[in-house]
Design a binder for this molecule. Structure first.
Ligand SMILES: [Zn+2]
Length: 187
């Protein structure tokens, strides 16, 4: 998603400046999605810092800037105050769900939205994987349905006659062996 957002920025500079009313360049949906989450994070940051008296109640933070440093900064602030936010925020006891100020509920909402968004992200489909170790066909894909091990996706072969399944670790090992085999004759 991050790479796609960067690509979209580059594409925008080549001639679509100002045309922001329609999805008119690759990756724009990802940019809008990131914007939405980042502005939500900024609001939550301001909410927490004002409640804790670190920012004055009438302090107006600078407009949202979406870049890696800024997002890292906000994430750091939220993490630093997370224990307080989960236990002492006035809305911490509100039930999880849409439309309330419970920080945990907000963050889990972003997380669910990110999962939904990346599942729809066609660019993940075209990620190039090595030939299948079972059938040698170009049918390996990252599985979205199988459960994750250590937060890593499974790699599965889409050839119905093969259906080979690898964990991410097994796949990485396989690619290393493959590379070693390719390099060996040259050595
Ligand atoms: Zn296969």
């Amino acid at each position: 998603m991050h790479l796609e957002a960067l690509y979209a920025t580059a594409a925008k500079l080549t001639g679509t400046i100002g045309r922001i009313h329609a999805a008119s360049w690759p990756g724009q949906a990802a940019m809008l999605f990131v914007d939405e989450i980042v502005s939500g994070m900024e609001e939550l940051q301001a909410d927490i810092l004002k409640l804790r008296g670190i920012w004055a109640a009438d302090y107006e933070p600078a407009p949202v800037v979406r870049n890696r440093e800024n997002i890292k900064g906000i994430t750091g602030v939220l993490l630093a105050h997370w224990e307080w936010a989960m236990q002492k925020h006035p809305a911490a006891d509100e039930p999880y769900g849409q439309g309330n100020a419970n920080p945990g509920s907000q963050v889990s909402g972003w997380y669910r939205a990110a999962l939904r968004f990346t599942k729809q992200d066609e660019q993940r489909e075209v990620k190039r994987l090595a030939p299948c170790p079972g059938c040698r066909g170009p049918y390996l894909v990252e599985s979205r349905e199988l459960r994750l091990v250590n937060d890593q996706p499974y790699i599965e072969c889409r050839d119905p006659d093969c259906q080979r399944i690898l964990t991410s670790a097994e796949y990485d090992r396989y690619v290393k062996e493959l590379n070693a085999a390719i390099l060996r004759p040259a050595a």
